[in-house]
Design a protein. Sequence first.
Length: 240
Amino acid sequence: SSGINAEWPLRPGTFYPGKMIYSVYIINKAGGLIYNEQFNYNKQVEECTFSQHPIPLLLSVDAGRVVVKFGECGNVKPGFSIMSINKAPVNGTFTRSGQPIMEVVNDPKAYPLTVSFGRGKIGANEKLMLASTFHSLYAISSKISPVEKSSGIRMMETDEFVLHCFQTITGVKFFIIVDHKQTACEPLLHRIYQLYTDYVLKNPFYLIDMPIRCELFDQNMKKIIDQVERANVYNSATLS
């Protein structure tokens, strides 16, 4: 598997808007990822033509992709990965012809070179690392907060997304990554928690703190996300 899920053809320089809710994570009290689902993600494809070697970007192989680690080219920034070379979609770290991408990029004879960059879905290892990192940041923020008995991180905002978090009294964390335009995220988190108690904790075959494998939970999660995105505003009265 390439670790990249893209739809072709994609037009360079075009922003492909996903919906408002990008992903849902559930972390157990020890910081382990027990549930994740990516519902939507933004596809932004940027094309750069390089006339000669070397290019002004530092690339590396990471999680089955060739990723920009440092440098910029137009709107291409660290975190973008190579999606195509000379208009031909890549397959993970290889070109369509089977040649390693890094070998092509580092070959002066291959230039001029037209490369398309975009953001692919994150892989399983990256999700585990994200969950563990957020768990640590949450604990640190609770301790360094000037407010006594701080609840930790409830919202974290970046230029591209907003993260909202809810922690239960047992230490299980629910967090969602959404678009800036998504509203009323706290009630949505509580509704997800309700699904967790109804379909996971009441499942006699579920072992506490283990990865969630429950079809009814998945079905109802997707149903709620779909309803929220259609309405663009969460309203508990509209959800069954």
